[in-house]
Ligand binder design. Structure first.
Ligand code: 5GP
Ligand code: ZN
Length: 109
């Protein structure tokens, strides 16, 4: 979608720090991290929220977490992570392109 921020990131029109990618999902660092390594898992096909995604893309999001999380935790030295999704404006969604927040956690923090 031409006026979507995350579509522009996926298209490479806006720079981002990419940390993982598969055929359906792009993962890049959040510009306003709540923890070091906070990343966004984003379907490459535009949809405003999870309810508009195909089942394949919805499943691909958690599949990408399954594949990427061990590598990201090892690279970051993190010991765990939180996942989160703000679905809809009343839930705090600001960017209306489906995304899953991956927030690494560190021992002692
Ligand atoms: P939401 O509240 O919609 O779930 O969260 C949107 C997220 O996108 C926020 O955590 C925000 O920091 C992040 N964000 C907003 N603009 C940009 C940007 O231009 N680049 C990146 N990498 N993240 C962004
Ligand atoms: Zn989009």
């Amino acid at each position: 979608m031409s006026d979507c921020l995350f579509c522009k990131i996926i298209a490479g029109e806006i720079p981002s720090h990419k940390v993982y990618e598969d055929d359906r999902v792009l993962v890049f660092l959040d510009i306003g991290p709540v923890s070091r390594g906070h990343a966004l898992f984003v379907p490459k096909v535009h949809g405003s929220d999870l309810g508009t995604a195909t089942k394949e893309d919805a499943c691909a999001l958690i599949g990408a977490v399954y594949m990427a999380a061990p590598k990201l935790l090892e690279r970051l030295g993190a010991s765990g992570y939180n996942l989160g999704m703000n679905h809809g404006a009343d839930a705090g969604q600001i960017v209306f392109h489906t995304h899953l927040h991956f927030m690494p956690r560190y021992a002692g923090e």
